[in-house]
Design a protein around this ligand. Structure first.
Ligand code: OSB
Ligand code: MG
Length: 376
């Protein structure tokens, strides 16, 4: 029997908006002001934080800050408020009956893990079964105004110390962009992310890209095209990696068994939280399928969570977790993560997420705040 940690007495939701150091452009749109919901959970004198990574526009998935807010306030928060926190498995059962909305769910779960770690004086990495003190990382480079600008931007990231570069692609900005980067930097670990912008009939483009020695091609087809990805993977040499298509461990198993991908990008928020993310990791690890951690332009709160997850043994490819300075000039929590000389970032070792909230910045970036207290 697990010990009861205490009653969830209060949950605070904040709609936070932070400006990226530079706009981030993908096949589905442009982000400069990045919004998120930050949840704060209290059990007596212990506070945990979680980040809902859904942005203002439903380009990556249907979730937005605007959908996450009522899903949290009307359904998820009432499902856990006043309940005893015992362990994460029972915590997530509280809202089992709510369909979908994985990012909203993942933010509450993150706050619960943060509390769990603080109570047990263990880092999130330790709680999850992490084995690494630092993790290999890369940088995700948005679509630039021109191919020349892209080569130049990539050059500066390589100077910063990133050894793995991911290029966002879309129809019309694919092979020639990748070829230019490959020619300029023949040694770099290179991969591409299409964010579901192609159809199976575009296979000839991927056949050309096959000659550029990419680590992987991420999410070429639609998120519901797991079967079509299996047809694509049969016709191309580069490993397909799925991101948007994988919303649960069942999807991961289906994609692997069908041969739809050879690599999986794990994002805890996309799959409903760290609990499901670890299940996907374990399943992939057992089958020898490499995984890596994706990112959603998180604040340091979400970044700490990604780093802890990426410390698990199956995360053998470099993750989309870059230095804090690549995202925001100022963050809502410390420490700011820095890139080590060997293109790694240290995994937080303090209890829980290991993030000290900067309350002044948090208040400054908060547009809206709502407090929920349990009755007694
Ligand atoms: O597809 O991996 C993606 C950012 C927002 C939405 C989707 C994606 C991304 C990234 C950025 O590629 C990764 C990062 O946080 O550095
Ligand atoms: Mg992706």
């Amino acid at each position: 029997m697990n010990k009861i940690i205490g009653k969830i007495e209060e949950i605070v939701m904040r709609h936070v908006v932070m400006t990226l150091v530079e706009p981030f452009v993908t096949s589905f749109g442009r982000t400069h002001e990045r919004s998120c919901v930050i949840v704060e959970m209290k059990i007596s004198d212990i506070t945990g934080f979680g980040e809902c990574v859904a942005k203002s526009y439903p380009g990556y998935s249907y979730e937005t800050t605007g959908t996450a807010w009522p899903i949290l306030s009307d359904f998820l928060v009432p499902a856990v408020l006043g309940k005893d926190l015992v362990d994460i498995e029972t915590f997530v059962k509280n809202y089992d009956h709510v369909k979908g909305h994985p990012m909203a769910k993942a933010s509450l779960e993150m706050a619960a893990w943060d509390i769990m770690g603080k109570v047990q004086n263990k880092s999130l990495s330790e709680l999850l079964g992490g084995v690494k003190k630092s993790v290999e990382v890369g940088v995700s480079v948005g679509i630039q105004p021109s191919t020349e600008a892209l080569v130049e931007r990539v050059g500066r990231y390589i100077k910063d110390g990133y050894r793995r570069i991911k290029i966002k692609i879309k129809p019309g900005r694919d092979f020639s962009d990748l070829k230019a980067v490959r020619s300029a930097y023949p040694e770099i670990l290179l991969q591409a992310d299409a964010n579901s912008a192609y159809r199976l009939s575009d296979v000839h483009i991927f056949n050309m890209i096959d000659d550029l020695d990419l680590l992987l091609i991420e999410q070429p087809l639609s998120e519901d095209d797991i079967y079509e990805h299996s047809l694509l993977q049969k016709q191309i040499k580069s490993p397909v990696c799925l991101d948007e298509s994988i919303l649960s461990v069942s999807h991961a198993i289906a994609a692997i068994e069908l041969g739809s991908c050879r690599i999986i990008n794990i994002k805890a928020p996309r799959v409903g939280g760290l609990f499901e993310a670890v299940k996907i990791h374990d399943e992939c690890y057992k089958r020898g399928v490499p995984v890596w951690s994706g990112g959603m332009l998180e604040t340091n709160i979400g970044r700490a969570s990604n780093l802890a997850l990426a410390s698990l043994p199956g995360f053998i490819l470099p993750s989309d977790i870059s230095a804090s300075s690549r995202y925001y000039r100022e963050d809502i929590g410390e420490p700011n993560f820095v890139l080590n000389k060997d293109s790694t970032i240290n995994v937080p070792s303090e209890a829980g997420l290991g993030i000290e909230i900067n309350h002044e910045n948090l208040a400054r970036f908060t547009l809206k705040k709502e407090v929920f207290r349990s009755e007694k």
